[in-house]
Design a protein around this ligand. Sequence first.
Ligand code: GLC
Length: 672
Amino acid sequence: MTQTLLQLLAAAREEEASLSPRPATVSGTSDTGTPTYLQDLPESSNGRSENEMSQSESPNGENKLAESFLDPMVSSISEAEPSNSLSETEKESTSPEEELDSLEKDGLQLIEKSFDYIVFSPSSKSDEKSLISDSDELKEKPMKPSDSSENVELSKSKGKKSVTMSDEDVAFSENPSLTKIATLRPYPSVSTNLDFLDLIDNSPNGCAMMEEAWERLKKSYVYFKGQPVGTLAAMDPSAEDLNYNQVFVRDFVPSGLACLMRNEHDIVKHFLLKTLHLQGWEKRIDNFTLGEGVMPASFKVLFDPHRQKEILVADFGGSAIGRVAPVDSGFWWIILLRSYTKCTHDHTLADRPEVQRGMKLILNLCLSDGFDTFPTLLCADGCSMIDRRMGIYGYPIEIQALFYFALRCARQMLKAERDGKELIERIDKRIKALSFHIQKYYWLDFTQLNNIYRYKTEEYSHTAVNKFNVIPESIPDWVFDFMPLRGGYLIGNVSPARMDFRWFLVGNCIAILSCLATSAQATAIMDLVEERWEDLVGEMPLKIVYPALEGHEWRSVTGFDPKNTRWSYHNGGSWPVLLWLLTAACIKTGRPQIAKRAIELAEQRLSKDGWPEYYDGKTGRYIGKQARKYQTWSISGYLVAKMMIENPANLLISLEEDKRIANSTHTRSASY
Ligand code: GLC
């Protein structure tokens, strides 16, 4: 057994190597050989804090969270790339036999821009007339006809800009590969201790839930010209659609991973190409043109009944509540592209000129020179999964971790030809600076908390220990009780005189998966989850953020947001989708028992409760006040978690540590 596993691990390492950065030509290496300068953390001590927070279970209880808030700022947009259209050379180099070419080469043409959304239609090559009116008569029909199941009510027209169409050309085909079970090779991140393989839950509950989840996931497929291109956010017949009848880029990630694990690759490929095309069009909100690389938050497929044509409608934040920027979309897109490449061994997709260009445009948005004094990415509030005002403006850990992850994934896939070499150099520098900054300034454990508590202020010059001039009195009371002696985490945000001490699950798990956290930090993060199980997992995994904002903090930070009351939704609600991220982090750190416990908790209620979007309450006991039922990523997140725990080879998404980044010669500050 051990030998076989070791052989498999060796094979997987080879495979990882095959995804390493490739030079433009076959010979040579693209490694920069730049010196590295990072160190691991010292070991944290063992033990446990006596004090626990005592707060009421009621979603409407109150506690105190000290945090300042300033005006949000938006990340800068970088130097211009060549125009949207491909060069002649690039066009020629796209393989004509790709089955998707019909889809892609149809081209999409911008036919309507409005304050609410941008509409694209098939290009006038195939249809000269094709203009859609401002459309009360246009109605939504994003699903194939056969999908009118009991849970689906998709043909309703919602509001002024909805569009419905029927398309005689669309041949909605069942995908036979859905029934295939994937046989994947182990991933080198997986601990060599694979004893947990016997943890597989074959209980009737687990099996029945898996079957149900697959069925529901399949029903959420959205088709464009007969090809599956994504999954609906939710299929709750009892709630208003709002934008839950769209394909969200971030929501599709667990769906896409589930499909990859099941050898159903096409939907992921189509999704990647469709969203890439949406990126290619001019994006406007009012009179402002968004950066070229911006990826949509979501899109939907509509039919024009007059033209009998399908069109895509995309939202780049212009329709979103609060007009929030989907900064995470482009990063998730790159990460999914790398998972696709890793799973299928199909490098031709990532190598396509338009895909290379899409990656570059996304990265150009983040790597341009500006006034920054930190390598972190400056963001507005609501720029990620938490897409409402929640005091995450500035340098939120979720975005920094995704940024780092995307940089490392792109580094493996970008070709060094033409301007690629210079971009790769910029990526290398940023990767190092970013990991140093996050590992050093975002890390909090018992020792570091004590250091900050004793910080001097008003220090001037580069010798300052308290570099950001954090006033110790701004440390919220709760964190002293919350911090165990064993464990630690990356805090939510760091900027001048501001540390947001809240725990955010996505940022911490992504930091583990991307190796942004050192291995000692990764271990400590998992220790914290164990030590603070009641707070972070409770009765339903998992808290998106801990703790909730209450009272004055809630009023001032959220702007009295009635959807984000304490222990609800983004404000300390529990999100089943996060199960897949925790499970991936558990497998990577060799702690599958933690994930197994969380999965078992979810299995007790998730299906019975109708796969809600989120739960409310301090321990996550109540189905969320405004939670959608049959939320697709709650379903696919469960599937991905189960498939990874059953077969760690399914840990497609994780990256190996890069020794060039990890071995530091840099000296730490006295406060570390
Ligand atoms: C909510 C979530 C967001 C998600 C969307 C669709 O707005 O906050 O992260 O993408 O729903 O599920």
